[in-house]
Design a protein around this ligand. Sequence first.
Ligand code: SF4
Ligand code: SF4
Length: 192
Amino acid sequence: MRAEQDCNASIDTSVAFQDVRVVPGRSCGTCTLCCKAVGVEEIAKPGGVWCQHCVSGKQCTIYESRFASCRTFYCQWMMEKGLGSEWKPDRARFVLVKTEAGRHLSACVDPGYPSAWRRSPYYENLKQWAAEGIRRSPDLHIVDVMIGKRCIVILPDRDVDLGILAADEMVELGGAGATIEARKVKQPLVRA
Ligand code: SF4
Ligand code: SF4
């Protein structure tokens, strides 16, 4: 298992906190999909390709010294009791990841199964979560699908394929009600 989408490192002391958030009895088992579908910031691994340290898609060869982001990451299936076994990433073929303090939900899809998110019950749920995110207006929450670097934003009434999302770009929602628009914008510069 590993880290957050475009998934940023956290300090190791958060591991214990993260562990507490795992639904009792839930474990990764043989799943390693986040090592493919989700990016690893420390080695600039994009989402959608296997991490160089994952052997045969089964084993992390640097497990004891794996990156901080890998140590602190759990997918939503591990942390949300309401997600049943059909949402386990190695079955769903995508990894649900929340970022931006829960305001951005991404389905990071295994590129080997690029349409996995369109199947039932996944698509209906993504639509429902998108509608709930819009109802939070003006604090709009984003639901999108990432297939490698390709981003498809889910809106209640349509899906918006934004194409490739560059490393310095992010998704932004604007407008209100039926006029909600999804667009790519440059990430704000962070002063060092
Ligand atoms: S995707 Fe989730 S269940 Fe699968 S290895 Fe990663 S954290 Fe574990
Ligand atoms: S370092 Fe290990 S845990 Fe982290 S992404 Fe690579 S294989 Fe997975």
